[in-house]
Design a protein around this ligand. Structure first.
Ligand code: ATP
Length: 358
C-alpha cells in the first residue's frame, strides 16, 4: 500500500508562500503528476512529502500514518532527483545497493537485490562503472534503480527527464510508465512539461501560485478544465480565450463578444461577463453551419506548417484566434473565413474568478 493524504499543507519562506493550503488524496498505485509553471510550488510540495522540508501548516499521511514531521529516512518513500545525486566515487553496483547497506541489509541479500534491479532496468553490464563513465540516460536509470532497490511505498520524482535529449526523453517516458505498471507502486512526479504529464499520469494535479487549480485524469483536465488557468496551460497551442458576455435572448442563451456570437442552449441565465474558451482543434472554417455553437467571421493572418498539421492565426475583432487542422488545410493568409465550433466544444468561465461555469 502507498496512499498519501495531504491535508491543508502550506510552506512559507520568509514572505513567499510557496505552497498555500494544498489538500489532495494520492491513491495507492497512482501515477500522480504535479504540474505547473516554474515557481508554482511543485518541488516544495514534493520535498515536504519526502521529508526534506517541514510544512509550516497541515498534515501528511502515508497509509493513514501521520508522517508530517518524520525524518526522511524513516519514511517509506524514495526520491529520484533531477540531477540524479549519484555518489561519484562509488560504482553503479555500490550506488544501487547504498539504500540497503545503510539499512544494514545482509551483504548477500544486497548483492542479489542489486543484480535483480540492474537486470530489470537493463543496466547489468554497467554495474562496475562509476557515474562519470555513464551517459545521461544511463545515469538516470541508475538513479531510478537506487530508488526501487528497497521497494518503498511511494516513489517521488523531481523532473527526472529534464537532463535528457528530446528523443531519449520520449523513450524514457514509456519506460517509466512501464515500470510504474510493473511495480504497481505509487508515483508522485514533478514536471512543468504538459506532454510528460498527459502521457504518463493516471492523475494530474495542476498547481498555480502554490495552490491546486484542479486534480483529475489527463482527459478530465484537458476536456473539462476547471479554470481559465488550466485551460490556458494545457494544449499546444493553448485554448483560445476570448472576453465575452453571456445573456438570455429569445432564441436561448447567447454568448457575444467583439465580432462573434455563440448560440448555446434554450433557457435562461443572468447576464454576466465571461471568458469564452475554444480549443484550436475544435474550430473549423465551415460556411454552412447552423449551430447551436460558435460562429465568428475571421481574417487569416498567417499559417504555420507543422508537417502533419497546420496552425492558422486568425484575427477576430482585436483578438488573435488559433485554428489547428490536419493538412491540407483550406485556409490561405489574407482570406476572410467563418470559423465555427459546436456547442459541446465551448468552455465558459466566470470573468472575475476564472472558474468554470457549468
Ligand atoms: P520549478 O519548476 O522552477 O522548479 P517549482 O514549481 O518547483 O518551480 P518551487 O521550487 O517549489 O517551485 O518554488 C516555489 C516558490 O518558493 C518560488 O517562488 C521559490 O522562489 C520559492 N522558494 C523555494 N525554495 C525556497 C527557499 N529555500 N527559500 C526561499 N524561497 C524559496
Amino acid at each position: 500500500m502507498g496512499s498519501i493524504r495531504i491535508e491543508g499543507i502550506s510552506r512559507k519562506f520568509k514572505n513567499v508562500t510557496a505552497v498555500d493550503d494544498v489538500s489532495m488524496d494520492i491513491r495507492d498505485g497512482d501515477f500522480l503528476v504535479l504540474l505547473g509553471p516554474s515557481g508554482c510550488g511543485k518541488t516544495t510540495l514534493l520535498r515536504m512529502i519526502a521529508g526534506l522540508l517541514e510544512p509550516t501548516a497541515g498534515q501528511i499521511l502515508l497509509d493513514d500514518n501521520d508522517i508530517t514531521t518524520a525524518p526522511a529516512k524513516r519514511r517509506d518513500v524514495a526520491m529520484v532527483f533531477q540531477n540524479y545525486a549519484l555518489y561519484p566515487h562509488l560504482s553503479v553496483a555500490k550506488n544501487l545497493g547504498f539504500p540497503l547497506r545503510v539499512r544494514r541489509v545482509p551483504k548477500a541479500e544486497v548483492a542479489a537485490r542489486v543484480d535483480e534491479v540492474a537486470a530489470q532496468l537493463d543496466i547489468a553490464h554497467l554495474v562496475d562503472r562509476k557515474p562519470k563513465e555513464l551517459s545521461g540516460g544511463q545515469r538516470q536509470r541508475v538513479a531510478v534503480g537506487r530508488a526501487i532497490v528497497r521497494s518503498p511505498k511511494a516513489f517521488l520524482m523531481d523532473e527526472p527527464l529534464s537532463n535528457l535529449d528530446a528523443k531519449l526523453r520520449t523513450a524514457t517516458r514509456r519506460e517509466l510508465t512501464d515500470l510504474h505498471r510493473r511495480l504497481g507502486a505509487t508515483f508522485v512526479y514533478v514536471t512543468h512539461d504538459q506532454v510528460e504529464a498527459m502521457t504518463m499520469a493516471t492523475r494530474i494535479a495542476l498547481l498555480n501560485n502554490g495552490r491546486v487549480e484542479q486534480v483529475g485524469t489527463p482527459e478530465q483536465v484537458y476536456d473539462t478544465p476547471a479554470s481559465v488557468f488550466v485551460a490556458g496551460f494545457l494544449g499546444s497551442p493553448p485554448m483560445n480565450l476570448l472576453p465575452a458576455s453571456v445573456a438570455a435572448a429569445d432564441t436561448g442563451v447567447v454568448v457575444s463578444g467583439d465580432g462573434f456570437e455563440a448560440r448555446l442552449w434554450p433557457g435562461d441565465c443572468p447576464t454576466r461577463p465571461i471568458t469564452l474558451g475554444v480549443r484550436p482543434e475544435h474550430l473549423s472554417p465551415t460556411a454552412e453551419f447552423s449551430g447551436p455553437g460558435l460562429r465568428m467571421p475571421a481574417r487569416v493572418d498567417s499559417i504555420e506548417n507543422l508537417g502533419s498539421e497546420q496552425i492558422a492565426y486568425c484575427r477576430v475583432g482585436d483578438e488573435t484566434v488559433c485554428v489547428r487542422a490536419p493538412r491540407p488545410i483550406s485556409l490561405l493568409a489574407g482570406q476572410n473565413v467563418i470559423l465555427t465550433a459546436p456547442v459541446d466544444r465551448l468552455h465558459l468561465f466566470d470573468a472575475d474568478s476564472g472558474r468554470r461555469l457549468e
